[in-house]
Design a protein around this ligand. Sequence first.
Ligand SMILES: *Cc1c(COP(=O)(O)O)cnc(C)c1O
Length: 335
Amino acid sequence: MTFSSTEFALLEHYVKKILAAPVYQLAVRTPLQVAPALSAALGNQVLLKREDLQPTFSFKIRGAYNKLVQLTPEQRARGVIAASAGNHAQGVALAARELGIAASIVMPRTAPQLKVQGVRNLGAEAVLHGESFPFALAHALELAQQTGREFVSPFDDPDVIAGQGTVAMEILRQHPGRLDAIFVPVGGGGLIAGVAAYVKYLRPDVRIIGVESQHSACLQAALAAGERVRLAQVGTFADGVAVAQIGAHGFDVCRFCVDEVMTVTNDQLCAAIKDIYDDTRAITEPSGALAVAAIKQYVARTGARGQTLVAIDSGANINFDSLGHVAERAAMGAI
Ligand SMILES: *Cc1c(COP(=O)(O)O)cnc(C)c1O
């Protein structure tokens, strides 16, 4: 992959922001671990970046904290409004509590109860509105206008993207050796934009593969169309990535930094949740299992052997009572 000077300047801009992001006041450096059974089954070394082990159980705390910590004293005093399917909500709520900022968060009515309760437990206001993320987003933008509170996007903001990019900084430091590809779950594109910018600046040979749910493949649609398109509807099983339109800032990076975008089915996600459980004894939410599901599909398609493939395990916020459904479907999705 080669870049024009404008593209390279954009990557450098993000790398600087990522290196300067003070996320470790709240986020932790998560392990990058071998998944032994998956690796053996696939004939490749599969490494899991354990973002499910963050406080609030997803990487979203990185971007949320990096955004909130950079607000001016006036903005902090007015408070913040966010829209989120749930994980960004918890990230913003925790960061806001830490920094003494008032936060209200609009979440779709379909958000798992666990995520809604998580937000309330952290002292933020949770407003339930709309069937899926796009409706919650519209309502949050309206409220921000009415109240003068700062809107904190879950993905479409350079400070949020830079915070998420610290995941890639850790991966490259934790694994300086051979690295063939990093599989990144994609919702609105904040995580993949930060990861791709950092990795392509330093190690352009490492493939960046975006992974979307078949029911919310807005990055794939945008890359095919050459512009950001809005999906008419999105499925919410993988609620963490149920986004109808890729973010503008994220797309600016993804359009030249992402090698490939794959999609996976809900049944493949359920099977991947089981694979991750078998290797780690940890439960992943559907969005958190996107990357592992894609690695299995990738190896089956390409016949790759002996490669080192990283999956970002992005979150663990799943209602306990939906595990029965996941276990049932896992059998259907097994390849
Ligand atoms: C937000 C989220 C994603 C997708 O991140 P984007 O920056 O919106 O692309 C993936 N997995 C989980 C668990 C998430 O919460």
